[in-house]
Every structure is written in C-alpha cells, then in structure tokens.
Design a protein around this ligand. Structure first.
Ligand SMILES: [Zn+2]
Length: 409
C-alpha cells in the first residue's frame, strides 16, 4: 500500500539524501575508537531539528576523554492530538570505524548514491534511524498533520560502546518523563521485507579463562606443565558442558539456542620450542532469558574449580561483563499490536516477532518496563565495509511509522 503520493516520495527522497550528506561526513567515533565523540555531528543535527521548527533539548553526559568534554544527547518532541502517549524514535549518532579502507569501493565518510543504493559508514547503523525520524517530522510539519500521539525524537551517543553516556544517561536523568506514556521504536536492525520485529534479546556474559602451568623447554616437558594443552582441554570440555547444561530451544530467538563461543586467544610464547606457562582464552555467551546469568556463572566456576583440582594447573575465570536482557516486550501491548498492524497493512507481510543475541539500547528500556521494538528495513550491512541502505527502504519505513502515527496510534 502506498501512503505517500509520488511527489511526496520525491520530496522525501531528496531530503533524506541531503540530510545524509550533512551528517555522515561529520565523524562521530567514541574515544574508545580514537575519536572525539558525537559533539560535531550533534551540532549539525540539532541545527537541523531547529530548522524544522522543533525545540531540541540537550542532555550532555560529561566525558573528559573528548575535546568538547561531553557526549551529547538530543531530544525533541512534536505534539500530537493525544498528549498522554508518546512514540520515541531512538537513533544513535555514533558509528564504528570504517575498518580496512581498501575494502570500500566508495569513500566511507562521503555519501555515494548509486540508483537505489546509498553507501557510507553509518548510513544504516544508525543514520537510517536519524533520517527516518527527521524526515517523518518534516513531512508532518510541512503538511500540517498532527500525529495521533506525541512523536519524540531521541538522538543518542555511545551506543556502540555501551550507552553509558547515551541512553543510560538519559534514563538516569529521567529525560523521557513528562510527555505521556512512553513507547519506543529503535530502528537499528531489521530485515529486507520489514517483517522482522525484534521484541527480545538474550543475556550477555563475557569472561576470560586463564590457565597457569609451568614454562619449560619443549624437549623436556616433564619439567613443565603445558598450559596450552590444558587450556585446550579445559575450554573444549567447558564448551561441551555449557551446551549440554543450557540446551533449551526457543524459536522466538534467532538463533533459537543459548550460544557460548570461545573467541579471542592471547599470544602465549614467541618461539615454538617453549612449553607455554600460560594460556588465555576469551568467551562470549548469549544466554536465553529463561536461564539466569548467575546459573551459567555457577557452572563455569564449579567446573574450573574441579578442573584445577584434578589437573594440577591453576585455572582462573574472570567475568569481564554481564548484561541482563530484561523481560521481552509483551506482544499484547497496545503499541506492539498497533505497530504490527501498521507493518502488515503498509507492507503486506506477516509480522515476525523475534529475539536476537545482539545487544541494542532496547534492553535498557525493557528492563525499565517500557515497550520497545527494534525494527527497520535493511540488508544488515552494519559494521561491514561498503555499508549501505536503500532509499526505497528508508521511504517505506517513514511511510509505516507515519501510517501508525496518523491511523493506528
Ligand atoms: Zn547500531
């Protein structure tokens, strides 16, 4: 179903490209990636919101590591007919580095349009959310159409590293209060036909396994204790144990199981004729929310204790980070039902509510009991070289949200 006339679509398409060209070249990299944060990009976007007639409000999280000393967050509200509810569109301003530049066929920080394709670092992740929100507001304002409920735009910092200076700061400052009951749409992942609606995530657990043996010459292994061999044994056995203990299947999730993967491996010795005295391996676990993070940690702790006692090696496990997924967004929530209907009626697809292993800002919102949906139309090119989105995806996303706000909210 087409919501916009072809001249509306042309106008929106031009605006979307122009807007991308305004902010994509202004880099927004976290200090962890050697960047200066989002301040410069935020200036451009704040100015843009103002030029649309909105009154943006800044919530700056102090951060001494960047030149400006702050990580900016911007909120703007367009009033609807019923001010007792608000739909926030959340977009993150920060991006990840471009990676190996030789893999890009176009300069990453210059927006290149080729037919329906728009290339550039951050055009999908998460510039798409930014252009959806701003173009939608522009359309409503110019056409003098009041949405049924308030429309909020939240442009946040620090998503790629952990949201401490972004969404978590806004929640701490109660920035979303005072505009009615909060609904959140986070265009930050999705599928090519727009049918996937992400309503749940998995718990995340990161840990490091350090096995200590005894270094020796490789020709005299009886004088040492090979930490590498013991590390392999330990990690493989732990791998089997975790998959056996946490084996439930839940087809809401993609993938439908708990995943536990050994990932990074630290260098042990420089030369091949030395028996390594230490072995260090890192793990990334994405745990179905029916299990608790502590139940997984307990199994790991018990297993490492027992392995140490029987092998003579010292195995220590350091838990580096954990993040509870919060409760899945209720499929019966009126926002979820209404937005699903909007997707169905504008796209002609069956909506598929799913859970993912990746972490988005939605988990922090769900933990506070807010209904939050992660949705957009995309080919999942985030963090890749030649990141792109399609103009047709962006326009149809704007149509769906517009339809929801003016017909179903
Ligand atoms: Zn993102």
């Amino acid at each position: 179903m087409s919501i916009f006339s072809s001249s509306d679509k042309e106008r929106l398409a031009k605006y979307v490209i122009d807007l991308y060209k305004k902010f994509i070249p202004v880099k927004a990299l976290a200090p962890e990636f050697g960047g200066e944060g989002e301040a410069e990009r935020a200036k451009v976007l704040e100015e843009e919101l103002r030029s649309l007639g909105l009154k943006p409000k800044r919530f700056d999280a102090p951060d001494k590591r960047v030149r400006e000393g702050v990580r900016p967050n911007i909120l703007a509200v367009l009033e609807g007919e019923d001010p007792s509810k608000i739909l926030w569109i959340v977009g993150h301003m920060d991006v990840v580095p471009e990676g190996d530049i030789s893999l890009w066929k176009h300069p990453p920080y210059q927006v290149t349009v080729e037919g329906d394709y728009i290339y550039g670092r951050g055009v999908e992740d998460d510039g798409q959310a930014i252009v959806i929100a701003l173009a939608l507001a522009k359309h409503l304002i110019e056409k003098n159409i009041k949405p049924r409920i308030n429309l909020g735009i939240a442009l946040v910092s620090d998503e790629e590293v952990g949201s401490k200076y972004g969404l978590l700061y806004l929640l701490e400052k109660k920035a979303f209060e005072g505009h009615g009951k909060n609904y959140f749409l986070i265009p930050d992942a999705g599928s090519p036909d727009g049918s996937k609606m992400i309503v749940a995530e998995k718990h995340i657990l990161h840990f490091k396994v350090l096995v200590k043996g005894k270094q020796a010459h490789a020709s005299t292994p009886h004088l040492g204790l090979n930490a590498h061999r013991l590390g392999m044994k330990f990690n493989l056995a732990l791998d089997e144990l975790l998959h056996e203990k946490f084996s439930e299947y839940d087809d809401l999730y993609e993938p439908p199981v708990t995943t536990c993967e050994p990932t990074k491996k630290e260098t042990n010795v420089e030369n091949l004729n030395t028996i390594p005295g230490t072995d260090t391996v890192y793990w990334d676990c994405r745990i179905l929310p029916k299990y608790s993070i502590s139940s997984v940690k307990d199994i790991i702790k018990t297993f490492s204790y027992n392995f140490s006692s029987s092998s003579g090696a010292e195995v220590s496990v350091e838990f580096l980070g954990e993040d509870d997924a919060g409760k899945p967004t209720d499929p019966q929530d009126p926002f979820v039902k209404g937005f699903s209907k909007a997707i169905k009626e504008t796209r002609g697809v069956e909506v598929k509510p799913i859970g993912i292993g990746g972490g988005t800002v939605a988990r922090y919102l769900r933990k506070r009991g807010y209904p939050a949906i992660v949705w957009m139309t995309c080919d999942d090119t985030a963090h890749q070289p030649n990141e792109y989105t399609k103009l047709s995806y962006v326009i149809s996303d704007i149509e769906t949200v517009f339809y929801y706000l003016t017909k179903l909210a």
